[in-house]
Design a protein around this ligand. Structure first.
Ligand code: PEP
Length: 253
């Protein structure tokens, strides 16, 4: 069975103490995860070791970094390398969140470099893709997201691509309270999987979890996650509330 994942993206939120409290609240719900289920917390860099300690090896619970630099090492003041993340046992890292693409001009090519460095260090990329509102309104979202996959992922071998996670996040639904309907999510997730199948074959495409992101909440998670090609969610705002995120984790099929 494909992995089903509830991934929290804290973005640039929480003090250390608030972050500790938030994790305590979620872990306090004592949700036991099945072998195919995962809860992942993409926390700010300074909290990665705290979050690892809090999760304390609990089955199915992991941390993620929110970003990594696209160079191996050197004179890049303020940046964090994949090797650094690997040295503190970070298992996952977000790549290409739309906020990074927009505010930090991250190109598909730059993201391909980040993905290669993460994989070389044994870290699983959670590759984010998704279209802006203008593209959705023009009805060209499929070719837009297919190009994102092609330019950032299609240099990978089938064996390697089968190990990554993809998050489809329509930009018009991020932080707006506007969620894609379950039908809209299923339609484009199935399309993304068909693009992966076209390049790598159906068996590989069937192994890759494709998460939905964009105003996922406790109240809509179950419906979205029940779509056959939606393998969980990447959650911003609602992941900052312990009760909400616990409900989202519990909604994983
Ligand atoms: C996100 O930032 O990845 C996200 C989906 O945010 P939100 O859930 O707040 O829309």
């Amino acid at each position: 069975m494909r992995k089903k994942i509830a991934a929290a993206n804290w973005k640039m939120n929480c003090t250390l103490q608030q972050g500790e409290q938030l994790l305590d609240g979620i872990l306090g719900a004592n949700i036991e995860l099945k072998a195919h289920q995962q809860a992942i917390f993409a926390v700010p860099f300074p909290y990665l070791t705290m979050a690892t300690a809090k999760l304390n090896g609990r089955k199915g619970y992991s941390i993620a970094a929110q970003n990594v630099y696209n160079k191996k090492s050197g004179a890049y003041t303020g940046e964090v390398s994949a090797e650094m993340l690997q040295s503190i046992q970070v298992p996952y890292c977000l790549v290409g969140h739309s906020e990074r693409r927009e505010y930090f001009s991250e190109s598909n090519q730059m993201l391909a470099e980040k993905i290669d460095l993460l994989l070389a260090n044994g870290i699983t990329p959670i590759f984010c893709c998704g279209e802006p509102l203008s593209i959705r309104e023009a009805g060209t979202q499929n070719s837009f997201v297919a190009k994102q996959l092609e330019e950032s992922l299609f240099h990978l071998s089938a064996e390697v691509v089968a190990t990554i996670v993809i998050a489809y996040e329509p930009i018009w639904a991020i932080g707006t309270g506007k969620t894609a309907t379950a039908d809209q999510a299923q339609e484009i997730h199935a399309y993304l999987r068909s693009v992966l199948a076209g390049k790598y074959g159906q068996a590989v495409a069937d192994q890759i979890p494709v998460l939905y992101g964009g105003s996922v909440k406790g109240s809509n998670a179950k419906e979205l996650f029940s779509c056959p090609d939606v393998d969980g969610g990447l959650v911003g705002g609602a992941s900052l509330n312990a009760e909400e995120f616990a409900t989202i984790i519990s909604s994983l099929p």
